[in-house]
Design a protein around this ligand. Structure first.
Ligand SMILES: [Fe+2]
Ligand SMILES: [Fe+2]
Length: 144
């Protein structure tokens, strides 16, 4: 169940590559934070693929969790600073993402898996892509 030799992503260095054209919002501080999120996610991915000890995985997962909370917080402050009308909806989406993220994190931390399950990575990737390209882009357009 844990083997995934045939998976194309397994050969890549980076699980998730930053693409300025796709993800760049033109809001510098938020672009930097998105890059940092992606880098933590890539770190977790490669450590997990290389079967790093679980406490090490948990450490990076905790960093990713803390940084996600910080990012959402910073983003919400930014949206308020530009009086973005979609703020409340965006804040609710952040809240529900954090809940889902927390459930995945908890089940990995408390469960017997020694590597981070693929569905967790899929969730992270889909979330980041869809969220940055969809919702986050809206406040960046408002900021222009
Ligand atoms: Fe957001
Ligand atoms: Fe964001």
């Amino acid at each position: 169940m844990l083997a995934e030799r045939a998976s194309p992503v397994a050969q890549e260095e980076d699980f998730f590559k930053w693409d300025e054209k796709k993800f760049g919002l033109g809001v510098h501080a938020m672009d930097l934070e998105h890059q940092k999120l992606i880098s933590l996610m890539n770190q977790l991915y490669s450590l997990s693929k290389n079967k790093a000890p679980k406490p090490r995985l948990v450490m990076v997962l905790d960093q990713l969790t803390a940084y996600t909370i910080k990012h959402f917080d910073d983003e919400e402050k930014f949206m308020q600073s530009i009086a973005f009308p979609g703020f409340i909806t965006h804040q609710q989406v952040h809240k529900s993402l954090l809940e889902k993220f927390g459930k995945h994190a908890k089940s990995f931390k408390e469960g017997s898996d020694l590597v981070v399950p693929n569905e967790f990575f899929t969730f992270l990737k889909v979330w980041l892509q869809a969220h940055i390209m969809g919702l986050d882009r809206k406040y960046s357009e408002h900021a222009k």
